[in-house]
Design a protein around this ligand. Structure first.
Ligand SMILES: Nc1ncnc2c1ncn2[C@@H]1O[C@H](COP(=O)(O)OP(=O)(O)OP(=O)(O)O)[C@@H](O)[C@H]1O
Ligand SMILES: [Mg+2]
Length: 203
């Protein structure tokens, strides 16, 4: 069982987008995949309600129950993706502590990069390391390169693949789909495949 937690203090950074799309990618070879939604906004759980599919399994949970839920899922699922609320607190810390891999999505804008420090502090409090995934990168401009320099300054790892700002992510989510299901040959799907391949290589 591989446990991937997706955390960031910043709202709208792309936590749920990463969780649902990586979960769909992980399911595509028949692996058993569970999304644990720790966010009271229940965005991932609501996405699951819009799906016509039983896969991935989605569990809405509270952080205090996370260890029990994960131990119940042992031998029943191959992957767990944990989606978290946009806050630094016990819920995010619980997700950090239980994770094998921690991903921090961040937009390349300075306001988003400013909050990275607090998220990384929490990761260190949980005695873990995380990788920042640049998300919604604009098609033009130097934003991604400038953001990478800021992230390196924080002394943390950057995923070698980024996600562009692509309408497919929004359209797919609205339909209760991942981009791999909605537009399998599109650029968003290609990016998710690359990012998931890198995630697999972390185990
Ligand atoms: N790469 C992208 N391209 C275009 N739109 C995106 C991208 N990533 C996320 N979005 C959109 O941005 C919005 C916020 O994304 P998402 O819900 O994944 O963020 P979040 O970090 O989970 O937010 P919250 O902190 O509120 O839980 C959504 O409408 C989503 O569809
Ligand atoms: Mg979310």
């Amino acid at each position: 069982m591989r446990i991937v937690s997706i955390v960031s203090q910043k709202g709208g950074a792309g936590k749920t987008t990463l969780a649902i799309n990586l979960a769909v990618a992980a399911s595509s070879d028949g692996s058993r995949v569970t999304i644990v939604d720790l966010d009271p906004q229940a965005t991932a759980a609501n996405w699951g309600d819009r799906r016509q599919s039983e896969h991935p399994t989605i569990v809405s949970a509270q952080a205090a129950r996370l260890p029990q839920i994960v131990s119940q899922l042992n031998n029943q699922t191959d992957w767990i993706f944990i989606d978290t609320p946009p806050a630094i607190g016990n819920t995010t810390l619980a997700a950090v502590k239980i994770a094998d891999v921690i991903m921090i999505p961040s937009r390349a804008a300075i306001f988003d990069l400013d909050t990275l420090g607090a998220t990384l502090e929490l990761v260190r409090m949980g005695q873990k390391e995380a990788s920042v995934v640049l998300n919604a990168v604009p098609h033009r401009g130097q934003d991604a390169e400038e953001a990478k320099a800021v992230i390196i300054g924080y002394g943390t790892q950057i995923a070698p693949f980024t996600l562009g700002h692509r309408a497919a992510f929004q359209h797919a989510a609205t339909l209760g789909l991942g981009v791999l299901e909605h537009e399998p040959s599109g650029k968003a799907a290609l990016e998710i495949r690359e990012l998931f391949g890198w995630l697999q290589s972390r185990f």
